[in-house]
Design a protein around this ligand. Structure first.
Ligand code: WTA
Length: 646
């Protein structure tokens, strides 16, 4: 039904936007018919030290496999985000920082201050022995110093690896180990919704298993935290004597910029590696066109810097464009459910970008929390991270945007660096729930998941991208073979996204969600395999299978089936224990919503767990379990159905 609801481009937008419908069609055509010429021009939005001569040197074929853009050019992304704005914008605002508690003083940071802070910290990193190519682990809350740390790494050519500050010591440890980083940047504590997060204590716990050379600690809440002699130093002591000038390192376009760990369908999280030139072009360009960004507009992306959205659309994209980017430390429901909209009013935010899960949670609390704020400054709304259901879309549009603001529903991934399928507000008629049309240079296709045959016209299947784009990840850190296997082996010659997708008669794309063993909980990506391996590490667990289940607010919830070891009694206490265990092992975002004891799991005769059936049971969609003829023991399913909790 929702396919037929169309919100046409508002007249004002069609007239004034950077990209109108005609320009979109023309530019898109050029981007695929003359990619070389197209990218040569678009890449000029970045200041190159040495101009590139080569454009796209990528190949998805196994024999010749590589992803490379602008390869012989050199640049520095920190200089692109800071130095080049100084002649005209030194006193303009770069970052507005809104603290967790509205009564704590905010911070307004100009481009000139951000430049000085970045240089000082870059010099401090050098003084602490960090060199070009070294990996720096960042475990910081949403404070301006997190952006400073990223930019300082980029300035000296160090590779940052940010670990979301909600992850456990265990998860942090694994990520430090994997990229062999010997320095960690953290804070005494984080603060979210009035609750303290023991960041330094988590780092200490992680470092029991993986010692590092240096920990730089930011004084944030002022908590009394123990400092390890010879290893731990205070952030402010380190920058105090440092010069506010630091020459940016000349980086090759394909030199690494950052690693960000993300969940896949198997094994441990993988270190997604992004490089400098293509990523800079892609994030700056998508930020400008998708958000129709114009100088001096206040722009707010509510994502945490621990996720790719924070990397690309809180820090790099907006700062490369000289934008005013708002950084919010808090949560949508603290001190109350009006907080987002109060912040919008406080700073006259024009562009607001958030995840559907937050919108669904706020929608449930009623319209009053929104309506008592003004929100007249808003002109554009964005959605990211998971499919937005039409009901939440309409609420966002009607209640938050007073029916006035287009919504850009941006589909993309950690791997893609930036937006891939998204409306452009002045060009695309909107259909609630559809990410709509490909961005410039993106060539999506839908294939039959089983045969790999490319489907035409209106169809549904697996979403692939048939050619490279500048923001694409370059490798899995330390495991190039895994990069190829994960993304390019299923449908040879194409990048496989892991998402299911439908295309309608008008050519609009509708992302239907993951079709691999990745689940998306409140817009946070989790591998079911990771949660399973956390569970089986418990000494009372023999086997575990985890699947996603539909959840009204989170989009997906976590449903865990656990077979305990022989002789163990499946008590309520153990159930709670196991739930807490996962929470501790990975982090609060991985807490199972449902945990069901399963004396045995449904398996094929060859011993493969039939997840399709587990998903149906979890969804309580038990009328149609599909083909169960390959089950080794059909009684197992009956037992699970009869004992479904709740
Ligand atoms: C999902 C977040 C539908 C999708 C930027 C993808 C979406 C995964 C959308 C990547 C959207 C992201 N509509 N689904 N607009 N945006 N997704 O790596 O399943 O954390 O594969 O990147 O989120 O999650 P990731």
């Amino acid at each position: 039904m929702s396919e037929h609801v169309v919100h046409p481009v508002p007249e004002e937008w069609a007239k004034n936007a950077l990209i109108d419908a005609e320009t979109y069609a023309e530019k898109y055509r050029r981007s695929v018919e003359d990619p070389d010429g197209f990218w040569r021009e678009e890449a000029q939005r970045i200041d190159w030290i040495k101009p590139f001569t080569k454009v796209n040197e990528s190949s998805f074929d196994e024999d010749d496999f590589r992803v490379r853009w602008f390869e012989d050019g050199t640049l520095n992304l920190s200089a692109n985000c800071l130095d080049r704005h100084l002649p005209e914008k030194a006193q303009d605002v770069a970052i507005i920082w809104e603290p967790d508690d509205p009564n704590t003083p905010n911070r307004i940071i100009t481009y000139s201050q951000l430049h000085a802070d970045t240089c000082r910290f870059a010099n401090a990193l050098k003084a602490n022995g960090v060199k070009k190519g070294d990996r720096v682990t960042i475990y910081l809350p949403m404070v301006p110093e997190a952006a400073v740390a990223m930019l300082a790494c980029a300035r000296i050519g160090a590779v940052h690896s940010i670990v979301f500050a909600g992850f456990s010591p265990e998860a942090l440890c694994g990520r430090i180990q994997d990229c062999q980083s010997d320095i960690v940047l953290t804070a005494d504590e984080g603060l979210r919704g009035g609750k303290k997060v023991p960041l330094k204590a988590n780092v200490d716990a992680a470092l029991e298993k993986v010692p590092v050379r240096r920990v730089i600690v930011l004084h944030h809440t002022g908590a009394d935290v123990p400092m390890v002699e010879g290893r731990d130093v205070w952030w402010y002591d380190e920058i105090e004597e440092q010069n506010a000038q630091c020459e940016p390192e000349e980086m090759g376009a394909e030199d690494p910029l950052f690693i960000l760990y993300t969940s896949g369908s198997t094994g441990k999280p993988k270190g997604v590696l992004h490089t400098t030139g293509g990523y800079a072009v892609w994030t700056a360009m998508t930020h400008e066109y998708t958000f129709d960004y114009r100088p001096n507009q206040v722009y707010w992306c509510a994502a945490d810097i621990g996720w790719v959205t924070g990397h690309s659309y809180v820090v790099y994209g907006p700062l490369a464009n000289g934008a005013i980017t708002l950084m919010f430390e808090g949560v949508p429901n603290y001190p109350d459910f009006s907080r987002f909209w109060q912040v919008v009013d406080k700073y006259q935010v024009e562009i607001f970008y958030a995840a559907p899960t937050a919108l669904r949670a706020l929608m449930r609390e009623g319209d009053e929390w929104v309506k008592k704020t003004c929100r007249k400054s808003l002109r554009l709304l964005g959605s990211v991270g998971e499919p937005i259901n039409p009901e939440a879309w309409e609420w966002y549009h009607k209640v938050v945007g007073d029916g006035r603001c287009p919504i850009v529903d941006t589909w993309w991934q950690t791997e893609t660096g930036g937006h891939m399928i998204t409306p452009l507000p002045g060009a695309t008629d909107l259909k609630p729930g559809s990410a709509s049309m490909p961005f410039f240079g993106v060539q999506p296709a839908i294939v039959d998941p089983a045969s790999g045959e490319v489907l035409e016209g209106a169809c549904e299947g697996a979403l692939i991208i048939t050619d490279s784009w500048p923001g694409q990840m370059r490798t899995v850190y330390g495991d190039h073979e895994r990069f190829f296997q994960t993304y390019f082996s299923q449908y040879p010659g194409s990048y496989f996204t892991g998402d299911g997708c439908r295309r309608d008669e008008d050519g609009y794309y509708w992302i239907t969600g993951r079709i691999d063993d990745v689940i998306n909980v409140s817009g946070h990506r989790m591998g079911t395999a990771e949660i399973e391996s956390a569970l089986v590490e418990h000494d009372k667990v023999a086997e575990a299978a985890v699947v996603g289940m539909p959840h009204d607010i989170k989009g997906q919830g976590i449903y865990a089936y656990v077979t305990t070891t022989a002789g163990t009694e499946d008590t309520e206490e153990l159930r709670q224990d196991l739930i807490q265990w996962v929470r501790r092992e990975i982090g609060p975002i991985a807490t199972p919503d449902v945990l069901q004891f399963a004396p045995s799991l449904p398996k094929t005769r060859s011993g493969k767990i039939m997840r399709r059936i587990l998903r149906k049971i979890a969804a309580n969609d038990t009328g149609n379990l599909g083909d169960t003829s390959t089950l080794a023991d059909p009684d197992v399913v009956e037992h699970l159905l009869a004992n479904r909790p709740g």
